[in-house]
Design a protein around this ligand. Structure first.
Ligand code: DAK
Length: 255
């Protein structure tokens, strides 16, 4: 892998997008490396949480690589948008373990879309977030028109997309786009601490909770029915036996 770094420590995988000279912009190769890494990590039973961040202290991801798509035509635009959704953005959203975006600076365009595909976001205090596509004659093409309204509401999303302006980390926090804002130097430790909390819980239950929550955002299924079915399945898991036995024996569970 040329454009991403992968670190695995105690059930926590961290992917760092590593193109600092282009502010970690997503080119085709980076998208395909991310896609491949996600496939490997999804089936690796040792991994319980994934953190995605950008290298350096300036940018998470400053968007899709503008130099790469500037001469696309209508067909290429639509084809590549569909491919990007399938290879990366939907894959993150449907990832079977929690994915945290550690937003360590600019998260713009495809970069904010990547952060929004993650299950939740923690930002450093220097982060700036926006969807500047309309200033380039585009609209967000990697899920931004759908995921931003889900997170901040329709009115704020329309304002952000049509004005193409960036918001700072505190506004992003106030608007519900990020869960927490911390000093840049604390970002990695904060995300690791949250990831460790998740990793201590039952991986089977955490996976079931993700599927049930996702069910509520899927028009084709009834989220309550998904919850009922996933809840029932928990009773057949080793983790349920271990969790309840540990409680009765007054010890910590060992998942
Ligand atoms: N792409 C390519 N290179 C980029 C880049 C980007 N998105 N963002 C920054 N860079 C490069 C700069 O060109 C510069 O490279 P050199 O000139 O040094 O070679 C280097 O990173 C450092 O950037 P700056 O010199 O500009 O740094 P500043 O601190 O002055 O400014 C900035 C930081 C983040 C405000 C500025 O770099 C900036 O405005 N960047 C562009 C932000 C942006 O508009 N991003 C793109 C949003 S549109 C598609 C699907 C989706 C999309 C496109 C196509 N298809 C399916 C076809 C999505 C589009 C977007 O993401």
């Amino acid at each position: 892998m040329e454009n991403i770094l992968l670190d695995i420590t105690e059930h926590i995988a961290k992917i760092t997008i590593n193109r600092p000279t282009a502010l970690n912009a997503l080119n085709k190769q980076t998208i395909s490396e991310l896609s491949e890494a996600l496939d490997q990590l999804a089936t690796n039973e040792d991994i319980r949480v994934l953190i995605i961040t950008g290298s350096g202290t300036k940018a998470f991801v400053a968007g899709a690589d503008i130099k790469e798509f500037s001469d696309f035509d209508v067909k290429q635009g639509a084809q590549l948008a569909a491919l990007g959704h399938e290879m990366l953005f939907d894959k993150i959203e449907k990832f079977p373990k929690p994915v945290i975006a550690a937003v360590n600076g600019f998260a713009l365009g495809g970069g904010l879309e990547l952060a929004m595909a993650c299950h939740f976001r923690i930002a450093s205090d220097n982060a700036r977030l926006g969807l500047p596509e309309t200033s380039l004659g585009l609209i967000p093409g990697y899920g931004g028109t759908q995921r931003l309204p889900e997170l901040v509401g329709k009115g704020k999303a329309i304002e952000m997309i049509t004005t193409a302006t960036m918001i700072d980390a505190n506004d992003a926090h106030r608007w519900g786009l990020v869960n927490q804002v911390v000093a840049q130097a604390e970002l990695e430790a904060t995300c690791t601490k949250i990831a460790q909390k998740i990793a201590h819980n039952s991986p089977q239950a955490v996976g079931a909770a993700l599927r049930a929550i996702a069910g509520g955002f899927n028009d084709k299924v009834n989220g309550y029915n998904v919850e009922i079915s996933e809840f029932g399945k928990c009773f057949g898991t080793e983790d349920f036996k271990e969790g309840t036995t540990a409680f009765i024996e007054k010890r910590k569970p060992n998942f």
